[in-house]
Design a protein around this ligand. Structure first.
Ligand code: DI6
Ligand code: FE
Length: 405
């Protein structure tokens, strides 16, 4: 009996990104059959099973990859911080501006005064930059509301960005991003509010896929983060952490001790932290856009991650302060040029390892039967081209759950 499928992609080369075999898990002259939003079959065209497809796309030898996954963004926010960008170019530092009440707090004010609709609309503009560069899944954090009403507003906006933008969205609760000014004298009360009230309320509304925190001397301490993570555990939510970005605060080890999906930034993590991450299976999420924008000089310990077998993901960190980057291929390029990842490592970092950083390895991140049919066809001759161009428009077709976006 001839089986029926919704879509056949053929005459293409596949970078399946499946681990272990040939570079990029490549299949020259491949084909993909899609049914009910999933990859039903993938392999060499000559092995195609008997089939009938509602739609057939011949891709003239183009490369197809899994849809890219931007596993760390702050896509939803009000306003922007180009005024601080100008100040930093004039010599002011990020920490200095934050301590003066600018930085995250200035975006908090703009986010609080924006309506949910306005937040969705501005995030959708940035999302276009991501989808134009191959992104089919985007993680979006709260953390610019910093009170009950506005943290929930941000998370609802994030969910709507997924629906209205036609991509998968994974949300992270980042209530411990900065201490809002009204709590300057009542730090404990703020922690109580976020940990005991806002997180459970957001979770009850189905708005939280993971719990994140900003662990830095200018933000929250390891003990405070540990308290938040204990609540996350009791709600059965996975955790991740902004760790060791500006200083070595033991964030990598802290994240690992809590079985975190990922520790993000990690420029300053030490070898003990790297080993702890390796043991816990915690992914290192590299954010070269923030590194560039802050003119950092301390590189993340890429060789230690390699040596100890820590998986590395790459993301934009799209945010108004430290990483106004709305291009996934730009992040790939920077990961190679600045951090010296190989193009294959960078692409794994935007697919298979990014899926792991979101706890979604079973669903997305590689071209394998059973996974979501999140696919990108690219106008490139080799996969390394995805990292080579800085700012080129290379997407020829992009499907989310088998539907052309
Ligand atoms: N991610 C963050 O959350 C902070 N830095 C980073 O890379 C601050 C973001 C901001 O300044 O708004
Ligand atoms: Fe961030």
């Amino acid at each position: 009996m001839v089986e029926r499928f919704d879509l056949l992609l053929t005459d293409c080369r596949l970078a399946t990104m499946v681990e272990g075999g040939v570079p990029y898990g490549a299949i020259e002259d491949g084909a993909i059959l899609v049914r009910d939003g999933r990859i039903a079959w993938v392999g060499a065209r000559t092995d195609l099973p008997d089939h009938e497809a509602v739609e057939t796309r011949r891709l003239d030898g183009r490369w197809v990859t899994p849809g890219l996954i931007d596993c760390h963004t702050h896509l939803v926010f009000g306003g922007n911080r180009s005024h601080e960008f100008e100040r930093r170019l004039g010599g002011a530092t990020y920490e200095q501006i934050a301590r003066e009440g600018g930085g995250i707090i200035s975006t908090m004010a703009a986010t609080r005064s924006a309506s949910e609709d306005a937040l969705v609309a501005s995030a959708l503009v940035r999302l276009r930059g991501l989808t134009a560069t191959g992104v089919t899944t985007v993680e979006i954090k709260s953390g610019y509301g910093l009170d009950a009403e506005n943290e929930l507003k941000m998370l609802r906006a994030a969910r709507r960005v997924g629906v209205e933008g036609g991509v998968r969205v994974s949300t992270s609760f980042l209530g411990l991003h900065a201490l809002p000014p009204e709590h300057r004298e009542s730090r404990e009360a703020y922690l109580d509010l976020m940990i005991d009230e806002v997180l459970p309320a957001a979770h009850a509304e189905g708005l939280v896929d993971a719990v994140d925190a900003y662990c830095e001397p200018i933000a929250f301490t390891a003990d405070e983060v540990a308290r938040l993570f204990a609540e996350a555990r009791s709600l059965d939510l996975p955790v991740k952490l902004h760790a060791d970005q500006l200083s070595d605060g033991g964030g990598g080890a802290l994240a690992a001790a809590h079985g975190a999906l990922s520790a993000d930034h990690v420029e300053h993590v030490d070898e003990a932290g790297v080993i702890a991450m390796a043991r816990a299976g915690t992914v290192a999420v590299l954010l070269p856009g923030a590194w560039l924008m802050l003119r950092e000089t301390k590189l993340p310990p890429i060789d230690l991650f390699r040596r100890h077998g820590v998986r590395m993901a790459v993301a934009t960190d799209c945010n108004p302060g430290t990483s106004p980057v709305a291009s996934m291929t730009a992040a790939l390029n920077l990961a190679c040029v600045q951090f010296r990842l190989t193009p294959e490592e960078a692409l794994a970092g935007a697919t298979r390892h990014a899926a792991a950083a979101l706890g979604l390895s079973h669903q997305i991140g590689t071209l394998e039967a059973g996974k979501a049919a999140d696919l990108v066809a690219w106008d490139v001759e080799r996969p390394a081209e995805l990292c080579y161009w800085l700012g080129a428009q290379l997407v020829q077709g992009l499907w989310v759950a088998g539907k052309l976006l």
